[in-house]
Design a protein around this ligand. Sequence first.
Ligand code: B4P
Length: 329
Amino acid sequence: MSTAHSQIISAIPDAFERGKASGDLLFFPSEIHTHSDGGIDFQIRLCPALLQKPTLPTPHFNQTSNDKLDPFKAPYNPNLYVGELKDDEEGVEYVVLLNKFSVVSNHILLITKEFQSQSSPLHPGDLVQAYLVLRAARKTGKPMFAFYNCGDRSGASQAHKHIQFIPVDEDEDGPPIELLSKAARIEKEALPFSLVPLPFANHVRRLSIPSKAPHLELESALSNAFLQLLDLCISTVRHDPEYPPGTPSYNVILTLEHLYIFPRRQEIHKLRETGDLLSVNALGFAGLMLVKSPEELEAVKKEGPLNILKGVGVTSVHDLQVAGGPEFD
Ligand code: B4P
């Protein structure tokens, strides 16, 4: 395992405390409410303090940088800076920053040093570096999972390419959705599958990557899996006559064992009960929802997280076409 990735993981806790103490990292306390829906134990995080979060302008997801609005452009705030990584094969450099607006401790972002668009797909180097961060995190007993909000209907608020990482409990290998994927019995690991209990399109690939796989093998396994899922995502949205024109939006989740893509129709869900607008990002599809008031919490429980995700996701058209589709224990 690479020293660079281990060093990043080891540097996070001190950097987080430093960021908080400096006042440059804002931490918003929250409490978790578990709510079971469709076999997934959703964690709904109630975070009233987020109502105090400053409202930032949401830039358009251009292919070019808008320096004035880009918080991920050098020079980096030393109180949010964790370290740097380089993908030697692709020659791409990355910076690891702490999330300035943290709801979960030690939430980090892997950003491209040069501007790349958040509407662009994950490239082989992005996938490899993200996977190596996850591997280092698991090895040091501080497991994490990664997510990527791609496109302007995905819940993303920043246009500069950034993959995010959130820690999970030591005895967990990923977010709540991972349990469903682990339980899926599939015939061929090299084929994508869908989690059929979910009432929206979802494309998943199991990753069986040996821990000592050389860089090229890792890169090929991850980029092949990603391209398979992206093809399915594009074909899913093409089957939807009402899908808005333009580049599709989607959410990506990466764990050491699975890669997921969820096509997105819209960013915001209007809650039936309260009329509140709920912004959903990849974390919602991972099984982690965020609400800002007890009323919103009750409204989410009543409407059901899966119905909410169905509202912002896309209808599935591929379930019946999946070779060796999953069975569940
Ligand atoms: P995006 O992909 O653009 O969007 P996001 O995660 O949905 O965050 P958003 O900014 O929309 O925040 P929201 O109020 O919904 O990610 C951009 C990331 O960069 C964010 O993490 C943002 O905080 C961070 N960022 C912005 N400016 C920065 C700067 N100058 N330096 C460093 N980082 C900067 O949600 C508030 C927070 O809660 C977000 O961090 C979000 O990721 C997190 N969150 C959402 N749902 C959650 C859940 N269920 N559990 C835990 N955390 C959750």
